[in-house]
Design a protein around this ligand. Structure first.
Ligand SMILES: Nc1ncnc2c1ncn2[C@@H]1O[C@H](COP(=O)(O)OP(=O)(O)OP(=O)(O)O)[C@@H](O)[C@H]1O
Ligand SMILES: [Mg+2]
Length: 335
C-alpha cells in the first residue's frame, strides 16, 4: 500500500472520512460512549445504537456542537479511533485534509488543525479545506472557474449558506438550524397534539420516512410515553401535521438564503440565477424542503447525489487531482 491520505468532514452528527488508497468515503456517527467516566465502551455507529437507551454510568456524547468542536478530549479520542480503523495497522504516517466551516472564529477554525495535530495519529502533513468549496466540488461544480455559485448544506445542527466564486468564498453564513431542529419540531408537535413523548431517534425516523409515507398516503406510526398515564403507547400521526411543524424551520433557512443573496454583489447574481441553488447535507433530503426553497428564491435546485458525503467527496477530489491542490492550505495560510 502506498502512503495514505485521509480527508475528513467532521459533522455534528456524522464524521465522513475519505480514504485515498481505497478511494471511498466512510460515514460513521460522530459519537462516543464512555463507561464509568473513563473507559471508551463504544464509538461511532455502535455508540449511537446505545443512545437514549444506556444506563446512567454510560455517558454518550456528541463532541461537536453547531459545527465547532465543543468537547476537545473526546473528539481527539474519536479521531484517533476512526483514523486508526482506516489505517488497518499500518505504521506509516499519513496526510490529513480536514474541512473547516467558514463562518466561525479564527480560533474555532484553528481548533480543527490542532485536533488532528494532537490526536495521537502519526501525521506528516495537515491541510485545511474550506467546507463550502469542498461541498461544491463534491457536487460537481467547477469551483475553479465558476463565478457565483450558491451552496446550501443542511446538516444536523447547522445550515451553511455560501456564495462561491473563483476558487473562494464571497459570503458564508452558518445558522443553527438543521436536522436536529426538524426532529425537535416533530417531537414538540406530537407532544402538544397527542400528549405523547417520543425519543429523538423516533422523531428522526418519522422525518426520514416522511416522503415515503406521503407517497403511500399513510400516517406515521410512533411509539412513546403518554404524558397523562405514563404508559407506553402507539399512535398514528397524520403527515400533514408533521409538515406544518417543519415548515417554520424551512422558512428560517429560506430567510437566511434571501438575506445572503441580498448581500451578494450584483455581478454575481446573474451567474447564481444561471446555475441555480446547490443543495446538500443529510437533512436537505427532508420532504418538501427543496421545493420550498426553490419556490421561495425562484431558483432551480440541484440536489446532491450523495448529500451526506458531498464535502468528503470534494476533499477526495482535492487530494487526488493535482488541478485542485491550490484549494487546500496550511493553518499558517488561514486568513
Ligand atoms: N433521508 C433523509 N431525510 C431527511 N433527513 C435525513 C435523511 N438522511 C439523513 N438525514 C438527516 O441528516 C442529518 C445529518 O446530516 P449530515 O451528516 O450532513 O450532518 P452533519 O454534517 O453531521 O451536521 P453539521 O453539518 O450540522 O455539523 C441528520 O439530522 C439526519 O436525520
Ligand atoms: Mg456537515
Amino acid at each position: 500500500m502506498s502512503y495514505n491520505t485521509f480527508g475528513i468532514d467532521l459533522g455534528t452528527s456524522n464524521i465522513k472520512i475519505f480514504n485515498k488508497n481505497e478511494d471511498n468515503v466512510t460515514v460513521e456517527k460522530n459519537i462516543i460512549a464512555i463507561e464509568n467516566k473513563t473507559n471508551v465502551l463504544a464509538f461511532g455507529n455502535s455508540a449511537y445504537d446505545m443512545y437514549e437507551k444506556a444506563p446512567s454510568n454510560i455517558q454518550i456524547s456528541y463532541p461537536l456542537s453547531n459545527g465547532v468542536i465543543a468537547d476537545i478530549d473526546h473528539m481527539k479520542t474519536l479521531v484517533k479511533l476512526f483514523v486508526s480503523d482506516q489505517m488497518k495497522g499500518s505504521p506509516r504516517p499519513v496526510d490529513v485534509y480536514i474541512a473547516v466551516p467558514k463562518d466561525v472564529t479564527e480560533v474555532e477554525r484553528r481548533a480543527f488543525h490542532d485536533l488532528i495535530h494532537e490526536s495521537g495519529i502519526k501525521v506528516k502533513k495537515i491541510m485545511l479545506v474550506k467546507k463550502p468549496v469542498a461541498d461544491g466540488l463534491g457536487m460537481g461544480v467547477d469551483v475553479m472557474n465558476s463565478q457565483g455559485v450558491l451552496v446550501v448544506n443542511v446538516g444536523y445542527d447547522t445550515t451553511e449558506i455560501s456564495i462561491l466564486s473563483l476558487k473562494g468564498i464571497v459570503i458564508s453564513k452558518l445558522i443553527k438550524v438543521g436536522g436536529k431542529k426538524f426532529d425537535d419540531s416533530i417531537r414538540s408537535v406530537i407532544r402538544r397534539e397527542f400528549s405523547l413523548i417520543i425519543g429523538e431517534k423516533t422523531a428522526e425516523n418519522v422525518k426520514m420516512n416522511l416522503k415515503n409515507l406521503e407517497k403511500e398516503g399513510k400516517n406515521a406510526v410512533v411509539y412513546g410515553r403518554d404524558i397523562v398515564t405514563g404508559l407506553p403507547v402507539e399512535r398514528q400521526i397524520p403527515t400533514d401535521l408533521i409538515d406544518q411543524a417543519l415548515v417554520e424551520n424551512f422558512d428560517t433557512i429560506l430567510d437566511s438564503i434571501k438575506a445572503t443573496l441580498e448581500r451578494t454583489p450584483p455581478e454575481l447574481a446573474a451567474d447564481i440565477y444561471k446555475h441555480g441553488l446547490y443543495l446538500s447535507g443529510g437533512a436537505s433530503q427532508v420532504c418538501h424542503l427543496a421545493q420550498r426553497l426553490s419556490n421561495g428564491v425562484g431558483l432551480n435546485v440541484n440536489l446532491a447525489e450523495d448529500p451526506i458525503g458531498s464535502v468528503a467527496l470534494g476533499i477526495g477530489k482535492i487530494i487526488k487531482d493535482e488541478q485542485y491542490r491550490s484549494l487546500a492550505y496550511s493553518v499558517e495560510e488561514d486568513e
